[in-house]
Write a protein that binds this ligand. Sequence first.
Ligand code: SF4
Ligand code: SF4
Length: 368
Amino acid sequence: MSESHYQLFSCCVPVRGFARSAIYDLQRKDYWFIPNDLCDLLIKEKGLPISGINEKYKHLDIESYFNFLFENEICFPCRKEDLDRFPELDLQWNIPFEFETAIVDFNREPLVRLKRIVSELNKYAIPNIQIRFFEAVEEDQFKEVLIQFSDSNMKFLELIVLNRFSQEFIDSMLHEFPKIRLLILTNSTKRSRRDVEQATVFETTEHITSHCQCGLIQQAQFAVEMRTYCESRLHNSCLNAKVSIDVHGNIKNCPSMKESFGNICDTSIEQALQHVNFKSMWSIKKDDIEVCKDCEFRHMCSDCRAYLKKENNRCSQPEKCNYNPYIAKWKGEEGYVPIEHCGTYNNRGNYIPDLIKIKQINMDLWGG
Ligand code: SF4
Ligand code: SF4
């Protein structure tokens, strides 16, 4: 082994953070935390034999590092002449659609504008539609919405709806409308998950009554996978290729955004998409976002641009994130302090980390 080189499996990609790094396994959809010095080594020393790495990094515990990498099948020993046989992944991100996801919000009167919305969306071959009902709807109204959308070109339908239906009714809808892949029943008395036919049904005790509840950054929603990784490197991981119609019929990039590009009653989606500002958020990547660009979770995390820590800075960290990547702590964990304790905001809303302060906090937290 001493004469070998190391080769990362192509699907295992190191992502450097400020306080620690992570290796994403895009194939097994998993990740491991690693120290930054190991991340730097993996990125910089490609092609150096392991014996050379041992020599160069005497101050590190290289043996245990590589034992960890080999045991977890993150990398493998490889002869120099075979290194070229393992090409890197093609990380391009392209879609054959004008846009890929539509969010449609409804309130008490879901059937108003319904036909117009469906006929507009039917002009496009979009794979995903998410429908969110923020107020209670009757069974016949709910079914009518499903009937209207079931003939559309979309493949996957996600629904968020107040839990007031019987299980029998729910199951009959899932059977009748096989495009439903995800059903989230809010305001439930318990939290549960059921797999029914092609769909997953979640019950949550949360009361979701408006678009304002969107944008929460939660570890449980992180997605380590090829698709998310490729998109997040080049585009916004929430708003790219997304069109939304809010409860009033306004066409927006996301229902929580202030800017409307016309109302569905008198504006076509095509007209909205042609507006010079419609796609302005689509290319804001996680690597452009303050604080997030220093976070090891950035390519598995969604990127909310509607709710920002500093409204006057379009590249500000998502407001509803409770992670501090400068000390690798989530709110609620021992030793957590918000990022405001690790730096300051200037009057343009730019975040300036205080490196001396961060070093001291990390020394107190983790030793060094
Ligand atoms: S930008 Fe924020 S509020 Fe809008 S859809 Fe994405 S997460 Fe939700
Ligand atoms: S700082 Fe928060 S929002 Fe930004 S990438 Fe990390 S977890 Fe996601």
